[in-house]
Design a protein. Structure first.
Length: 503
């Protein structure tokens, strides 16, 4: 194994990462927005190879608000901490306020969400327990879309048990007073060398930079410095993440880069403390593409799982629904394969409105996603398929005709379109099965193909995947039937051998 690593270390949409070390283990969480389960939990021993070990949030609350897709809402920019022999996650829901959960082990059981501070536009919270004084603090940012306020950070004293805030809060950094700074957000709060430190990004997700702020007192005043920016590299907007120290004392910083339809991929930067006491990230403030690995025990190559045989009808932890799931959407059984119920929906013409789409992240390297589909439903109009889902979407799959035959269909919808359209003429699928394939080329340009017994044949035009506002494009599996919600189900579809391979 080479003694170097290449960025990004997580080449998919692990948005707004935060990281901690507990003993010899590193843990990372990320934004999950409106997908369920939420708050992914990743584990590493070397900061380069990561695996997904679970999720901390089973359902989004209030349940009625997330019974339908709210793709850009929900869980924003969580902070992960370890204190008092427990794991803690704080996050902001821009429409509700600041939540907290905690657990004795990373795999749980996690407590139910506790609303720490109610209010619209409260985002990106981060706690700090000061071991020197026994005090606890919390800092958060603001979403202008909900509050009319942005570009500032508010600080609070917090009860040490993490259940309440002890004051009304004070603006501790007002970036409107810092020339050239805008959209200050995503703060992470630390104590180091007698200073309170806030690592916080500014400048927007696509073009911004990483800032560091320090003060002798939590409530300020703070001085600032830009510690990571694009400079002459091809890593746009490198910012928003977390600082972690290895057992031997090395410092590292994990952050995201916005990559369009691929979402926010995660980079690992070396970090050191300069002679003037300020952090120096990357190569003198510029992100590195290749660097010597952290001085940690060698680990075998690993990455979050993508492939799935769906043993017993169960899907792997890499999958998330587009809203809170309901009983009966996926049926367990004795064999392999995912059996999805064809849920009746008045929104059958628009996958973006469906809660019963099972998704995973779009891979950040040229790849092919494949799955075998059998349509078991006899209901006219019932359909199932493999999709690329974002502000625009396209899917290929099978549909039952009024005459009982099964057709291969390929459909898409532009961002402004309210209904999908045919991307190719339908053709018969004689035995009601097909092997479906999406080839994802550079620029997230997707070619759809299908094999209905005579080999893979391309279908329709190349489709350029698009993100939602904050969420990268997703791969999705679905089964549905036209009708009214709540009118019962219409049979099922079975997916087998889901694979993603590099091309």
């Amino acid at each position: 194994m080479t003694d170097e690593y290449t960025n990004p270390v997580l080449n998919a949409d692990w948005s707004d990462p935060d990281v901690i070390r507990v003993g010899d283990d590193f843990y990372l969480t990320a934004s999950s927005f409106g997908r369920v389960p939420g708050l992914p939990l990743l584990h590493s021993r070397d900061l380069v190879n990561w695996t997904l070990v679970g999720h901390a949030l089973d359902r989004l609350e209030p349940a009625r608000e997330f019974a339908r897709p709210r793709h850009d809402c929900g869980v924003w920019a969580p902070s992960l901490r370890y204190h008092d022999d427990r794991f803690w996650i704080f996050w902001g829901d821009p429409d509700q306020g600041i939540f907290q959960i905690n657990a004795p082990e990373i795999r749980g059981p996690w407590t139910k969400p506790h609303l720490l501070k109610e209010g619209r536009g409260l985002i990106d919270p981060c706690p700090l327990w000061d071991d020197e004084t026994g005090e606890a603090y919390l800092v958060h940012a603001w979403a202008k879309s909900r509050s009319g306020v942005k570009n500032r950070l508010t600080g609070h004293r917090m009860h040490p048990d993490g259940t309440s805030l002890l004051d009304e809060g004070k603006v501790i950094v007002d970036a409107d007073r810092i020339p050239g700074w805008f959209t200050l957000e995503g703060p992470k709060l630390y104590r180091h060398d007698g200073w309170f430190w806030i690592f916080a990004p500014a400048g927007g997700v696509e073009t911004g930079w990483q800032g560091a702020f320090r003060s002798r007192g939590f409530f300020g005043p703070y001085e600032e410095r830009v510690v990571l920016e694009q400079k002459d590299t091809d890593v746009n907007g490198p910012h928003q993440g977390g600082w972690v120290r290895t057992p031997s004392g090395e410092d590292w910083f994990l952050h995201f880069q916005q990559r369009g339809a691929y979402g926010r991929v995660v980079h690992l930067q070396p970090m050191r403390w300069g002679a003037d006491g300020w952090p120096v990230l990357g190569d003198d403030g510029a992100p590195v593409a290749v660097h010597k690995r952290p001085a940690l025990p060698p680990q075998p190559p690993a990455a979050p799982a993508t492939d799935d045989d769906f043993p017993g009808g169960r899907y792997g932890r890499q999958w998330q629904w587009t809203a809170n799931p309901r009983d009966g959407w996926a049926t367990q059984h004795s064999g392999d394969g995912l059996r999805l119920t064809c849920v009746r929906s008045a929104d059958a013409h628009d996958l973006r409105r469906l809660p019963n789409v099972l998704t995973q992240r779009l891979p950040g390297v040229p790849s092919a996603a494949e799955v075998t589909l059998r349509l078991d439903s006899e209901e006219p109009g019932a359909r199932a398929g493999l999709a690329v889902l974002g502000d625009a979407f396209s899917w290929i799959g099978l549909q039952r005709g009024a005459d009982g035959t099964v057709h291969l269909v390929h459909r898409y919808a532009e961002p402004v379109a309210e209904h999908e359209r045919d991307a190719e003429h339908a053709r018969l699928a004689p035995d009601g099965t097909a092997r479906l394939r999406i080839e994802i080329r550079p620029g997230a340009r997707c070619r759809f193909l299908a094999d209905t017994g005579d080999g893979f044949r391309p279908s329709g035009q190349v489709f350029a995947a698009t993100p939602w506002r904050w969420v990268g494009a997703l791969l999705g599996l679905f089964a549905l039937a036209p009708g009214e919600d709540g009118q019962g189900h219409a049979g099922a579809a079975t997916f087998t051998q889901f694979r993603i391979t590099a091309i």
